[in-house]
Design a protein around this ligand. Structure first.
Ligand SMILES: *[C@@H]1O[C@H](CO)[C@@H](O)[C@H](O)[C@H]1NC(C)=O
Ligand SMILES: *[C@@H]1O[C@H](CO)[C@@H](O)[C@H](O)[C@H]1NC(C)=O
Ligand SMILES: *[C@@H]1O[C@H](CO)[C@@H](O)[C@H](O)[C@H]1NC(C)=O
Length: 420
């Protein structure tokens, strides 16, 4: 109701046409509007020059799944239909648009508006599969662009909202711009990543839920560590960012937290684990998949069945190192995809609902090439330029949760001001 009210207030003087006509989006944007919007990041109001005719939007989930994508899809669906905008599901992410005909599903109200969507993990639209990535790689930029133009024509959609990490969001926005130079189809991105490494965000969708799940796993292995007087090293995801491991370690009560941003000193690590063990007869260590290893100073990689090199294996190496150096019974656990599944927590349900609804609001107001972002005090629209070509976020020495962990006596590696 609030969104509708908003439209009534700001849209009264111009025809905010919510017709069901399938006329393509060219009449939604004159070039003056496009340029004024793209150069004005602060202006979140639906300016009086806005003349949108959005009648059908496509929604897709790009990249890996995470908890709260369905909650986000529900918010998009409910906000759009509330404003008489039809929602088309674009399954299997961005590659689905490259197929002929493009993949699409009808978003049924019974499913997409259902409160069940709030708690179900994964994505009703599904994610990309292995062959999809091969397809992307095999096509030139021009080929991809022309296929996307054809797909957008075929689906008659006036805008796209996508959840994704920074990589996939950039890819999609570039494709859309390239595909449709004269009149870019509005694109609004919603940040999602359990790694929490998307530039300019505080929390992206899925992160807090992954922390909840992973910290419960740490608490569970502590029971065994205590009973059997073991050291257990728990490997968390997060790629090159330590957010998931740090937050999980704090929430799960880890004694040591090793993240990629700060390498550790071998002797200090052993001394710390030894001290903790003497006191408690057990120890739990949270380690990032990309944490540096004791001898090489590099991250661990393993080779998949199809010959690809992937990050992972740090916990096993560190457990063996502790076992051999301290003569303790040290084991390792790799949490892996457990962290990406399961129901979202309430924080993510609210964040996903908020960002999904604001994405629809933004697209109705004529914004393009933006990412909706909760910045701690409000929801803002960031230019994708602010996200593109910016390195992923990582933890610096002053990150408050890191400072807190160190303050509590948790060994987090050698934290130096120029090591971040
Ligand atoms: C928003 O944009 C409109 C039209 O371009 C302009 O008249 C208005 O002053 C802007 N508002 C702010 C707060 O910048
Ligand atoms: C979209 O493609 C399908 C399959 O090729 C075709 O049957 C349909 O008519 C197309 N729709 C439009 C609007 O072009
Ligand atoms: C966060 O977003 C709100 C709403 O757009 C804005 O008023 C505020 O200045 C932003 N805060 C920061 C720190 O950017």
């Amino acid at each position: 109701m609030r969104i509708l009210l908003y439209f009534l207030l700001v849209g009264q003087t111009q025809s905010f046409t919510l017709s069901s006509s399938r006329s393509f989006h060219h009449d939604c944007h004159d070039s003056a509007l496009s340029s004024s919007k793209s150069s004005d990041d602060e202006n979140n109001s639906c300016s009086s020059s806005t003349r949108n005719k959005i009648s059908r939007i496509g929604v897709l989930c790009s990249g890996g799944d995470c908890p709260s994508l369905n909650a986000c899809l529900r918010a998009i669906y409910k906000s759009a239909t509330q404003n008489e905008i039809e929602v088309i599901g674009l399954p299997r992410g961005f590659p689905g648009l490259l197929l002929d005909p493009p993949l699409q599903i009808t978003c049924e109200k019974d499913t997409f508006a259902s409160p069940m969507m709030l708690t179900k993990g994964g994505s009703k639209l599904g994610g990309s599969v292995g062959s999809d990535y091969k397809l992307i790689d095999s096509l030139s930029l021009d080929e991809k662009a022309s296929r996307i133009s054809a797909a957008l024509q075929n689906l008659s959609i006036d805008g796209i909202i996508a959840t994704g990490g920074d990589t996939s969001m950039n890819l999609i926005s570039q494709m859309l711009q390239h595909a449709d130079q004269d009149s870019p189809i509005p694109f609004i991105g919603i940040p999602k990543s359990i790694d929490n490494d998307i530039p300019a965000t505080i929390y992206s969708l899925g992160f807090q839920s992954a922390v909840t799940t992973a910290s419960q796993a740490i608490a569970a292995v502590r029971d065994t560590a205590e009973s059997h007087r073991r050291v257990i090293v728990v490997e968390c995801m997060g790629r090159d960012a330590g957010y998931l491991t740090l937050h999980t370690g704090i929430a799960g009560g880890a004694d040591t937290i090793l993240i990629p941003e700060f390498s550790f000193d071998n002797e200090k690590l052993l001394q710390h684990v030894s001290n903790v063990y003497k006191e408690n007869q057990c120890a739990v260590i949270a380690v990032s998949e990309a944490a540096t290893l004791p001898d090489s100073g590099k991250s661990a990689y393993y080779t998949t069945a199809d010959g690809k090199s992937r990050l992972g294996g740090s916990a096993e190496v560190i457990a063996r190192y502790i076992s051999e150096s301290l003569e303790l019974d040290a084991r390792h656990v790799v949490l892996g995809h457990v962290q990406r599944g399961g129901p979202p927590n309430a924080f993510d349900q609210v964040l996903a609902s908020t960002l999904g609804a604001h994405a629809v609001k933004a697209i109705c107001e004529g914004y393009d090439q933006k990412m909706v972002n909760w910045n701690g005090t409000g929801v803002e629209l960031l230019s994708l330029e602010q996200v593109r070509n910016v390195p992923p976020k990582s933890i610096g020495p002053d990150y408050p949760e890191l400072v807190a962990a160190v303050q509590m006596g948790i060994y987090c590696g050698e934290i130096t001001k120029n090591d971040s």
